[in-house]
Design a protein around this ligand. Structure first.
Ligand code: SF4
Length: 355
């Protein structure tokens, strides 16, 4: 068992803004969980204050996805009985963005269940997404985000011109465990999509799912991959096994494992937004607030893609009960992006992160 002096040394390092190394994170995984969690909370407070960044999402096209991600209710390879539908109209998406804004979300994500949005094959659908982004930009103060699968450089450029500020593309798990989760594309595809979005000047939100049978070493390896590619915010989902998927019988990960994982992510990425997202109600129940005291400083509020979330008022109360407040957290905001000509001289003007 690692002693507390080592944890204190790592905490000081993280408080200076330096992420711990992969080896140091694995040593921390051997330390008492409560000590690591307490220290991660101090790192979050020291580096980033008491703000909690909130976002909300809409499933803008549900089900029938050609990919086979083993956790996913929306893959056409599995019989999960979810409500399937084609691309929503911009009116519905913009209305949902307005509701999310009223509920206190800082960002709003338009999500489609696809390998990629494929603007060549489905130009009308891509135009619907573009129009939705433009209207969210023009009709609300919420920052538009999107999760559209593997996008091309041209698509990323058009999305940015429409007003997109953030792009979500989760890596789901460690590079060395990815093949256990997905067989229809590989880890490198995911990293390429992140890099395409970054090259277009978009902030990137990319994270993982805990509880898919991975080890703590895999969780740390995934965090290092996210850090290496330079993501801005890191959503941490926890598997809520869906009947009909290959992962339906996975037993739940323990609360201590979740807290430890989040705390290690704070040591590894001391100045990023680490966001608790899907699966929190089922896996943490009354202990969701504990994650905000283990280094996390972001929350997905409202409904998830195929399941209902909890009442936003309850989330607000939970945030306040741990002495934190909903706030646009520095480093996550998309800043004032120049919408004119992203290929021009100051293409990336307005990026406010440290990349
Ligand atoms: S690509 Fe996305 S929507 Fe499709 S199966 Fe994988 S996680 Fe689900």
């Amino acid at each position: 068992m690692v002693d507390e002096a080592f944890v204190a040394e790592m905490k000081e390092k993280a408080l200076r803004g330096e992420g711990v190394t992969e080896e140091e994170a694995l040593e921390l995984a051997d330390a008492p969980v409560d000590v690591v969690v307490r220290s991660a909370d101090e790192i979050r407070e020291g580096n980033m204050g008491d703000g909690v960044d909130t976002c909300s999402i809409i499933n803008a096209k549900s089900g029938n996805c050609a990919e086979d991600c083993g956790f996913c209710a929306q893959s056409k390879h599995f019989d999960t009985g979810i409500d399937e539908y084609d691309y929503l109209e911009p009116d519905e998406i913009v209305e949902a963005a307005k509701r999310a804004e009223a509920d206190g979300a800082n960002r709003f994500g338009v999500v489609v269940a696809e390998r990629g949005i494929d603007s060549e094959r489905r130009p009308k659908e891509f135009e619907k997404v573009l129009e939705s982004i433009r209207r969210i930009r023009d009709e609300t103060d919420i920052e538009p985000d999107a999760s559209l699968g593997l996008i091309t450089e041209e698509e990323a450029r058009e999305l940015r011109e429409a007003g997109l500020k953030h792009f979500n593309h989760n890596i789901e798990t460690a590079p060395s465990y990815f093949d256990e989760v997905v067989s229809t594309h590989d880890f490198e595809d995911r990293i390429r999509a992140i890099e395409v979005a970054q090259d277009a000047g978009l902030k990137v939100c990319a994270g993982v799912i805990f509880g898919m049978g991975e080890s703590v070493e895999h969780r740390v390896e995934a965090a290092v991959a996210l850090r290496d590619v330079g993501v801005d915010t890191v959503p941490v989902n926890v598997l809520n096994p869906v009947p009909g998927t290959p992962f339906e019988n996975y037993s739940k990960i323990t609360v201590d494992e979740i807290l430890q994982g989040v705390a290690l992510y704070r040591f590894l990425m001391p100045q990023k937004v680490i966001r608790l997202t899907g699966g929190r109600e089922e896996n943490l129940r009354s202990r969701q607030g504990d994650v905000l005291q283990a280094g996390a400083n972001g929350l997905l509020i409202g409904d998830y893609l195929t399941t209902e979330g909890q009442d936003p008022e309850g989330d607000r109360e939970m945030i306040e009960s741990v002495g934190m407040e909903i706030k646009d957290v520095e480093g996550c905001s998309g800043g004032e992006i120049e919408y004119g000509d992203p290929e021009g001289g100051d293409a990336l003007e307005g990026r406010t992160d440290d990349d």
